[in-house]
Unconditional design. Sequence first.
Lengths: 430, 309
Amino acid sequence: MDVLRRSVIGTSLAVVAALGLSACGGGGDDSGESNTLRVTLVNHVWTENIKQALPEFEKQTGLKVEVTQLGEDQLSDQYNVKLNAGSSDIDVMMYRPLQEGKLFAKNKYLADLTDKTKGNAAFGFDDFQAGPVQATSYEDKVVGVPIITEQEVLYYRKDLLSKAGYSAPPKTLDELKSMAAKIQAENAGTAGFVARTGKAAAVTQFSSFLYSFGGDFVDGSGKATVNSDQAKQAYAYYGGLLKDHGPQNISTDMSWSEAMAIFTQGKAAFYTEANSLYKNATDPAKSKVSDTVGFAPFPAGPAGSKPYNVPSWALGINESSKNQSNAWKFIEWAAGKDQTLAQQKAGVPGARTSVWANPEGIATYPKDLADAIAISTANGVGHDRPLVVKVAEAREIVGQPIVDAITGKDVAGSTATANEAFQKLLDDEK
Amino acid sequence: MAVIASTPPSSTDTSAWSRWANNHRKWLFAAPAMVFVGALIIFPLAWTLYLSLTDAEGSVRAESEFIGFANYLEVLSDTDRFWPAVLRTFGFTGVALFFEVVLGMAVALLLWRPFRGEKWVRVAILMPLVATPVAVGMMWRLIFDPNIGMANQLLGWFGIGPQPWLAGQHSALPTTIFIDVWQWTPMVVLILLAGLTSLSNEPDEAARVDGANAWQRFRHITLPLLMPTVIVAILLRGIDALKTFDILYATKGRGGGSFHEVETLNVYAYGLSFDYNEYGVSSTVLIIFFLIIIGSMWALTSRRKKGAR
């Protein structure tokens, strides 16, 4: 019996060990310029589209492409481990210029692409929008090629609006608030408004509110300004809207997937979110409200309608990769004019001016969304989070007043604390 | 061993080699294990210890300065993130362990004696154990969703209003403890059941003849005899619970939620290193955490030895 006991304990130990070990993994081998190209991409509509088109690229070039596909956070962790170790088993990397761009460039993880981008007329680097190109440059060197741009727009439910007697979506933030309140009062179980609530996740979508109230994270002289009067109003407005007219028992951990789920389950009337995710709301397979969803430009605040307009994803080449010229071939193709247009048609907003000028490029967009994007691109702000090296930490700091406002805590006290901490971070980075 | 020594050498070259090998055979045989321990346990530990004494941040390959115990001072005086995380780590472990051992014991006693359908019940009880923790986390996250989750729907049928569960600032930690208990009680059952099966029936029967009731027999016969196994279960599960990461990360994400509701030491150290890229401070937290675990393990094993005596 003792043998049985031991073997049972042994087995359970082995199970525990296996569960623990399964979290580890990785490793790699060093090879020279090879025909196998290792590309790391994020879960995104863009990635799905590019994977379908890959055979065409492989046929053209004779290269074999190995795609690793990960969620945002996992991708970030993967880069932290592999790039830190100087691993050469990533060739092309999809990254977030505003989130990791500065850190990666500073750590010299990203290869210098200046000559490659400018040396190829057919690629047409001039075609890329200036804002995104700026975000993928570091100390006057091009380190990435922007592939996806994002603007914040207002998603809304046409049916709920017309039921409440409204003929048009709100033009201002004041209207948004009163309409959300009315719809919520008239429809039990439906929230007037939903948006991201997670401390770090909400920062990007909150930024448009901040700008539209006339604030920003940092002023022209590099001082933290998250406790300016405008910022306080913006925090109070965003948090208050979610607290008073948001879903019941609102979680303070929601990123876009949770907030989007509430909206697409038909549980909310308004939702402010990045336009690049619109397919989640219009695709009948994913959304219960696919035929009643409408899009509108970001509502105007005291300082007007000031949504962000940013490059959310870019392609870069790992500095330690031994396959850099092949990696560049991939970028030339994937960020080239043809693929960008194809992506744009499939609903992924591109960073090339030509695809927006081309009527074909916006033909597949819902009409109201295309109009909203055009307006956002015209008066958008080029960043949606503090532009620092330690972005993750900064987002948690400036995001704290958001969750404090949502949970009904003192906003003024919270912004004062946040401003002090944020200023310290800015000083440390100088 | 004499066989190895008397093997006729084919040339002087191999004879020198075999003589050397023979003289050093205790090292040679132990070498693979020593290399393994050195490369996979001692080196990482020493490296972490070294990092904890530097200001490494941003990139591990970037130059960092040796700053002595400054990180330790910073961490140990941090009442904002570090100490609350220590409290949560022990709160989580203590409460989860208590329920796991009590429930585990109850279930093990139920399953001890043969009954019809025993096999099926055992399989069903072991299900949570074989599920991967991240999948478990995702599943419970859906069930406990305050708006579209099943848990609140269920409460609604009994006329109870919706609860925030994982979303609440104060209910998140208890909810994750519940998930941990759900997942890991079966392991305790497994260990205790193995211990129970190995017990002899005689003391129990003697007590029965003497007129002891079920509770008395459990309290004075079964439990003392089972004590060494109980300590093993507590030890295994306790160390594992202290290090819990997967369930917390899968349900609340980075930083253990917007208010760090479920941020334990492990989650905190992970955030320091993967979100903030502060490798020095992160290593410091990990070294302190390591010492805490070694300490708790030592306390428990010394009790176990006493219990065994």
